[in-house]
Design a protein around this ligand. Structure first.
Ligand SMILES: Nc1ncnc2c1ncn2[C@@H]1O[C@H](COP(=O)(O)OP(=O)(O)OP(=O)(O)O)[C@@H](O)[C@H]1O
Ligand SMILES: [Mg+2]
Length: 189
């Protein structure tokens, strides 16, 4: 309905609406309860490979290193893909250069381990816990895209899977986001 003279406004309006949509989508995702009846025994590597292939759309190098023959994990596939997507999109948004995604097995925790690592600025030690709170954003993220819900969603989903998530600044620089998902006794190899 806008006249041609107002054309220059359109792009800005569309961008703002897209940003608002993304925030609303994140909020709905945060409130969503994933049903435990949707839990199935899944191969983590397949899920990680699927998400990494979707995230190739950002034209960033994502190095993938999967450990062969991991035990299966009882999980909600849609929810776990959300966890991985949020982890990878943070690495893309807050760093430049290559990102590395890897899977492995922690004997100590009897859990499958998923790591997303970047070479960005990392997170100040004093904020490593608080960034998991809903709507908490770091200084560099304020006023830009995003709602500060990504990590809160990750934490909620991982916790409902009986797992843990932690963020760690890497010695060589950058952030390591690590998720541990426990393996059921019957499916352990
Ligand atoms: N890989 C990373 N490197 C550096 N800082 C990060 C990284 N991931 C998250 N952060 C910091 O943690 C804050 C919270 O992250 P979170 O994913 O919860 O929210 P967001 O990315 O700001 O918004 P949303 O994920 O809802 O779009 C970010 O604002 C950013 O400051
Ligand atoms: Mg985020």
């Amino acid at each position: 309905m806008m006249s041609d003279e107002e054309d220059y406004l359109k792009e800005g309006i569309i961008d703002d609406i897209e940003d608002m949509n993304a925030i609303i989508d994140q909020f709905i995702e945060y409130l969503r309860h994933h049903n435990s009846s949707e839990m199935v025994l899944e191969d983590i590597n397949t899920i990680v490979e699927d998400v990494v292939s979707v995230e190739q759309k950002h034209q960033r190098t994502i190095q993938l290193e999967t450990e062969a023959s991991l035990p299966t994990v009882l999980l909600n596939t849609v929810a776990l893909k959300r966890v991985l997507t949020n982890m990878i999109e943070n690495a893309i948004r807050y760093s430049d250069g290559a990102i590395s995604v890897s899977t492995g097995f922690s004997k100590q925790h009897k859990s499958v381990l998923i790591k997303v690592q970047d070479r960005g600025p990392g997170i100040p030690e004093s904020e490593l816990e608080t960034v998991f709170e809903p709507f908490k954003q770091g200084d560099q993220a304020r006023g830009s895209e995003g709602s500060g819900l990504g990590l809160a969603i990750i934490k909620r989903i991982v916790t409902t899977h009986g797992g843990t998530v932690r963020l760690r600044n890497r010695k060589q620089g950058g952030l390591s986001a690590e998720v541990l998902l426990p393996v059921m006794r019957s499916s352990q190899s």
